[in-house]
Design a protein around this ligand. Structure first.
Ligand code: GLC
Length: 469
């Protein structure tokens, strides 16, 4: 409330065995007891609403947990109502998997099920079987669940890996399948389209053209999508994220933002703006300077992003300048992606040190350590035992400290949000990148005859700003 945000996106809080941090859902209508009860959730929705904050729920429509009753029924055979809710295929004549797809978390994307005597597809963990969107009954069940939460008064959905629901394994099409947009249009009509809600799709492979398809208001699909082209700069070209780039290529970053800012024109599409989420390392550690220049660096990234065109998303703790975590051993890591990668790369001959280095730099748990409220025990987050250790730097970096320090990162975020609410140029102004020094990211926003210049130095050296044009 004090920060000024108008929405709160919660990572999945549904009943889940937590194989993938809640992205493996057993029952979409039930809140996991680790977070509270359904009643608690309804109270949260209401209490937030009273403060003009809407709750955005994370909706995972690509897969469920293998504990979900649909999957349990589906496994039983080929002739029940749920049989085709998932993607089942026979083994090849030699007994091998139907195709060569690998799971995002390592190993094959197909697991043999003894009960049904077929393979099922799981693009993520084996405990996350992929749903079969070809099945109209499944689609209706998903829309019903969305309506269940809409009726409870939520403000919208963040849609997990939504670009994968149109996959066609037989044709080796995983993302952006031919029926994807038909499904989203149908979903829009059957659920959120009838209400004033925010919807944002997670689309790793989106180009501006694709983003327009989703977010052009005429198409009646989603409000916007998360595109990840800038995030791609964290690793070497065509390499897994573990092969990370030590330095940010600012020139490339400028080119990518320029493209998205100018191509997603008002009325034809809409950008989402973010540096961080639960899957990404902390911006101030990854591309900034989390030592000597932590405050300046965190503020620079905040300013750079918030004055662009689009809807900004702040990931918890980013507004305090929270940093990556100094993981020393794999025992301290919970994330399935990092743990599986550790085992795979160790077996492939990489040194433990090298692997831990990449986890410290780009591993997902960097973002998932508990929120730092106070300098006290467990950073004031819990009296119990948190699922990950609290960052030892909570003694200096915490919300209490930030509130009492007028120069804190928090107040920069607060000011930026205020600016966005007060000035239409931030929302509607044209964007023009300025050709300047390599490490200087400068742009001009123009609105109703007025010009606003934003200049950010992304190096830890003093810099000049000159317009080279
Ligand atoms: C998305 C989520 C990520 C999760 C994956 C599978 O990418 O953001 O956390 O592991 O989907 O659901």
């Amino acid at each position: 409330e004090k920060l000024g945000v108008d929405g709160l996106w919660l990572s999945p809080v549904y009943l889940s065995p937590q194989v993938d941090n809640g992205y493996d859902i057993t029952d979409y209508r039930v809140i996991d007891t680790m977070f509270g009860s359904n009643e608690d959730m309804y109270r949260l929705i209401e209490a937030a609403h009273d403060k003009n904050i809407k709750i955005i729920m994370d909706f995972v429509a690509n897969h469920t947990s293998d504990q979900c009753v649909w999957f349990q029924e589906s496994r039983k055979g080929t002739d029940n109502f749920f049989s085709d809710f998932y993607i089942w295929q026979d083994a090849k004549p030699d007994g091998s998997e139907p195709n060569n797809w690998g799971s995002s978390f390592g190993g094959s994307a197909w697991t043999w099920d003894e009960k049904r005597e077929q393979y099922y597809l799981h693009y993520y963990a084996a405990e996350q079987p992929d749903l079969n969107w070809e099945n109209p009954q499944l689609r209706q069940k998903v829309y019903d669940m969305m309506n269940f939460w809409i009726d409870k008064g939520i403000g919208g959905f963040r849609m997990d890996v939504i670009d994968m629901i149109g996959k066609i394994p037989d044709q080796l099409i995983d993302t952006n399948g031919p029926k994807l947009h038909d499904y989203i249009k149908e979903m829009n009509k059957a659920s959120f389209g009838k209400h004033d809600l925010l919807t944002v799709g997670e689309t790793w492979g989106a180009t501006p053209e694709i983003a327009k398809q989703y977010s052009n208001p005429d198409n009646q699909e989603l409000s916007m999508v998360f595109q990840f082209e800038h995030i791609g700069l964290q690793h070497k070209p065509d390499s897994p994220k573990w092969e990370y780039e030590k330095e940010l290529d600012v020139t490339a970053l400028k080119a990518i933002f320029n493209k998205w800012q100018t191509e997603l024109e008002l009325g034809q599409g809409w950008n989402s703006l973010f540096w961080n989420n639960h899957d990404l390392p902390r911006i101030v550690s990854n591309w900034g300077n989390d030592g000597k220049y932590r405050l300046k660096s965190a503020k620079t990234f905040a300013i750079l992003l918030h004055l662009m065109k689009g809807t900004p998303y702040i990931y918890q703790g980013e507004e305090l300048g929270m940093t990556n975590y100094p993981f020393e051993s794999i025992e301290e890591v919970n994330d399935i992606e990092s743990r599986n990668m550790f085992a795979e790369r160790l077996a492939a001959g990489h040194s433990e040190n090298e692997i831990m280095d990449s986890i410290r730099r780009v591993g997902r748990d960097n973002a998932r350590t508990p929120m730092q409220w106070t300098a006290g025990e467990n950073a004031g987050f819990t009296d119990g035992k948190p699922w990950l250790a609290v960052n030892p730097n909570h003694e200096e970096i915490n919300a209490d400290q930030a509130m009492s320090d007028p120069d804190s990162v928090f107040y920069t975020y607060q000011k930026l949000i205020e600016l966005r609410k007060q000035h239409d140029w931030v929302i509607y102004g044209d964007f023009k990148l300025i050709d300047s020094e390599d490490d200087v990211f400068a742009y001009l926003r123009t609105y109703q005859g007025k010009k606003y210049l934003v200049v950010a130095n992304l190096s830890d050296e003093e810099n000049q700003f000159k317009n080279r044009q």
